[in-house]
Design a protein around this ligand. Structure first.
Ligand code: DGL
Length: 265
């Protein structure tokens, strides 16, 4: 039996589109509804309580869209609000922290670097996930708060981005062999991040691992869409015209129109 209900995906802004892109590749028959909470971006500089409040609003909104599963395509919200979302919603909820930690533990032979928002780094969520997976590598964490506005500006490979990356990442260069891109905006800045870290450092983007986990969960629960065409709806809570320009840089020519929505408090 084919379950045609959509999969909900949310982030504070465009970062989660990196996860959506991997989901569309892995699950082409599925329907997706993506919510970018651009009215409240950035999440990463806010307290865990505030992020949890925002994440619950976004989750409830998507639940009203009759989704069959929720992907929290935001590390900050995954780190702060996953248990609250799981308690509140009646559908399975998949975050991005555990899948990313799993890839890092499997790949690393030395120290693991973690870069993310201030909130994600302060939460210790990755460090706990790595320990729970039996990883014994030391973790060197560095918050990179300017990366989110640079990505939202579309400055993916801009001289300013390269300069900021070289300042933030100097302390990790030569010290770690694997770096977790612990914010879904950061894969957009990969060339600048890779250059700043130097050769031979493996960058972990959890998007593919998350897409695989969603595929496994849908199969196990018999809720996959079988056959038929996939579909993507893009919703934002502010500035759809501005976000559309950046979304097209990530999703390409097939980017659907962006719809403005309001989240009830
Ligand atoms: N993309 C989000 C993350 O993965 C958050 C960015 C932000 O709003 O600060 O953490």
């Amino acid at each position: 039996m084919s379950d045609r209900r959509p999969i909900g995906v949310f982030d504070s802004g465009i970062g989660g589109l990196t996860v959506l892109s991997a989901l569309c590749c892995r699950l082409p028959a599925e329907r997706f509804v993506y919510l970018g909470d651009t009215a409240r971006l950035p999440y990463g500089t806010k307290s865990a309580e505030t992020v949890t409040r925002y994440a619950l609003r976004a989750g409830r909104f998507l639940a009203d869209e009759r989704i069959k599963l929720l992907v929290v395509a935001c590390n900050t919200a995954s780190a702060a609000a996953l248990p609250a979302l799981e308690r509140e919603l009646s559908v399975p909820v998949i975050g991005v922290v555990e899948p990313g930690a799993r890839v890092a533990v499997a790949r690393s032979t030395g120290a693991i670097g973690l870069i993310g928002t201030e909130s994600t780094v302060a939460s210790g969520a990755y460090q706990r996930a790595i320990q729970a997976l039996g990883g014994s590598s030391p973790v060197r964490a560095r918050a990179c708060p300017l990366f989110v506005p640079l990505a939202e500006e579309g400055w993916f490979d801009h001289p300013v981005t390269r300069m900021v990356a070289s300042i933030y990442l100097a302390e990790l260069r030569g010290v770690v062999d694997t770096v977790i891109l612990g914010c879904t905006h950061y894969p957009l800045l990969k060339p600048a991040i890779a250059e700043a870290l130097g050769e031979g450092v493996h960058l972990v983007d959890s998007a593919v691992a998350v897409a695989e986990e969603v595929a496994v969960r849908l199969r196990a629960s018999g809720t996959a869409a079988e056959g038929g065409d996939g579909e993507v709806r893009l919703l934002v809570t502010d500035a759809p015209a501005r976000i559309a320009r950046i979304a097209a840089l990530i999703l390409g020519d097939d980017t659907p129109p962006l719809q403005l929505v309001d989240l009830p408090a």
